[in-house]
Design a protein around this ligand. Sequence first.
Ligand code: NAD
Length: 394
Amino acid sequence: MNKKQIRIGMIGYKFMGKAHSHAYRDVAFYFDPKVEPVLQAICGRNEEKVKEAANKFGWNSYETDWRTLIKRDDIDLIDIVTPNYNHAEIAIAAAEAGKHVFCEKPLAMDLEQSKRMLEAVEKNKVLHMINHNYRFAPAIQFAKKLIEEGRLGKIYHIRATYLQDWIMDPQFPLVWRLNKDVSGSGSHGDLAAHSIDLARFLVGEFKEVTGIMETFIKQRPIVEDSDGLSGTASSDKLGDVNVDDASVFIAKFENGAIGTFEATRFAGGNKNGNRFEINGEKGSIRWDVEHMNNLEVYFHDDEPGLQGFRTITCTEEIHPFAGAYWPAGHIIGYEHTFINLVEELLSGIGQGYSPSPNFYDGVKNQAVLEAVEQSSRTKQWVSIEDIVQNLENR
Ligand SMILES: NC(=O)c1ccc[n+]([C@@H]2O[C@H](COP(=O)([O-])OP(=O)(O)OC[C@H]3O[C@@H](n4cnc5c(N)ncnc54)[C@H](O)[C@@H]3O)[C@@H](O)[C@H]2O)c1
C-alpha cells in the first residue's frame, strides 16, 4: 500500500536549508517513516539562487515569495529555515492556512512572539515542531534514558558551555546574526538556546536565573554576502553590533538542581563547543558535540580503584536511533541528528501529535532566554514564572 505523503514547502535554502533538505531525502534510507516526505517546493527571494538550490537539493519546484508558497494547496507542511526575524510571521500565516509548521530555533525574537506562534498552531489545530536537533544525537537520547531510569539519582548540577570563535576577527562583517532586528539576540538565542533545550530535556524546568551579556566588538564592516557562519564585507564602512557576543548565566531548577551556562563566539580555538556535564547523587555524565557519538559516564558505586569516567560509544542497537545506521562503532555525524529529528516529526504527523521539542518547548526556552536578558539589564535574579506572568498581564 502506498504511504500517505506529506508535501513540504521550505523557506530558506542556505545552512539549515541544506541540512533539512538532506534529512528529508535520507530519512527513508535508514528508517521506515510513517508518512513519505515530498520535497515539493523551496522558497528564497533570489530566483537564480533558489532555482540552483532546488536543483541541487532535489526540490520539485521553487517560489520567490513565501506568501505565495503558503497559499499553495499542494503543500501540507511549512519548514522555516530563515533568520529569526520572520519565524513568527511565517509560522502564524502557515498555521492560519492550515499547514503544519516545522521551525528553526530560536522559535522567535522574544517571548511574546513565541506565545503568539503557539496560540496560532493550537487554534488552527496544526502540528508543530522546533529544530533542537542536538536532542536527537543517540548519546543524548541514551543520557535521557539513564537519567529517567534513576542511574544518576537526584541531579545536583549541569555545567553547560556552547563555545565558538568565528567572529573574533574585528574585520568579520556585520552578518545577520549580529543584527538585533534580524536575530533578536547574539550568542544567547543562537547558542544558549541549545544548551537550555538540553538542560530542559535532561534536568528539568528552570525556576530562576541571573546572568550577564557582553558585546566585545561594538562596530564591524557592513556585510555584502553571508551564508550560515561565514560572510564577506562590502566596504570599510562600519555599522553597530547591537547583540551580545557572549552570555553567561546561572540557574536554579524546579527540582533543586543548579546550573551554569556560557555561550560565546569569542572562545578562541573552539569551533562548535556544545558541551555539558551533569552530576547526580549516583553518577555523572559528560557530552561534547565534537565527539557526539560518545557519552562519558561515571557511576559512584563502581568498585573502588576502578572508579572514573568511562566512554560509551553510543552506536549500538540499544542506543536510541543508532540501530538504524551502521554496525556498532561505525560512527554517525552532525547531519544524522537532523535525520533522527525528521523521523520523529514524520511519526508525529503520521499519528497526529506534535513531537517534542515543539512550540510549547520553544516558548519555555524563550522564557529562559528573556529572563536572562532581563537579569543582565537589572542585575537581579528573574523568576521564569514571573516573566511569563508579566507577559500575561501586559
Ligand atoms: N538547529 C541548529 O543547530 C541551527 C544551526 C544553524 C542555524 N539555525 C537556525 O536556522 C535559521 C537559519 O539560519 P541559517 O544559518 O540557515 O541562515 P543562512 O543565512 O545560512 O540562511 C538563511 C536563509 O533564509 C533566506 N531568507 C531570509 N529572509 C527571507 C525571506 N524574507 N524570504 C525567504 N527567504 C529568506 C536566505 O535567503 C537564506 O536562504 C535561524 O533561525 C538559525 O538560528 C539552527
